[in-house]
Design a protein around this ligand. Structure first.
Ligand code: ZN
Length: 166
């Protein structure tokens, strides 16, 4: 499970191959700074396909839960993930941004004979992680009279409200 997920991108797409399995959150090193805990597994699927113009593409799907840290109460904040995205495989970097007629929502990557699928999955997850994850109102421990920063901010909020009235 901790092995590399290396695919030959072009060959993978042309032959419409599929890679399906689970990866541990702990194996996704670039996520670690943002996690409360690296426990858990994510289910992934990488599917090779050709678009209607026969351009090679990868379809990525990720499902699972990551444990983030709430920035208000510093407690555990479980974020369910259900991601799907498509990547267009291009031959070289000059094709990365030029083709204006292509729909912009399709990301492009330069195709490599040894493409690290784990890194692609990790990229997709990093894209959707909130910059400042917080529990919803009412579920956050900081809202329930603890001495967390939310309470400390309040006197200043009142002061500035009073000043505005002058
Ligand atoms: Zn919280």
């Amino acid at each position: 499970m901790s092995g590399q997920l290396v695919i030959d991108g072009l060959e993978f797409a042309r032959n419409r191959k599929t890679l399906h399995g689970k990866i541990t959150v702990a194996s996704l090193g670039r996520l670690h700074d943002q996690l409360f805990s690296d426990e858990g597994e994510l289910e992934y699927t990488v599917r090779g396909e050709l678009d209607p113009d026969a351009n090679p593409m990868l379809h990525l799907a990720i499902r699972g839960t990551v444990q983030l840290r709430c920035q208000r109460c510093l407690g555990r904040f479980a974020l369910p993930l259900e991601l799907e995205s498509r990547l267009l495989l291009v031959q070289d970097e000059s094709e990365l941004g030029d083709m204006v007629e292509e729909p912009a929502e399709v990301d492009r990557i330069v195709v490599q004979p040894r493409l690290d699928a784990r890194a692609l999955l990790e990229d997709e997850i990093l894209l959707v992680l909130p910059i400042s994850p917080r529990h919803p109102e009412g579920e956050c421990q900081a809202g329930i009279g603890s001495s967390a920063s939310a309470a400390k901010d309040k006197p200043f909020a009142v002061l500035s409200a009073l000043k505005k009235r002058d």
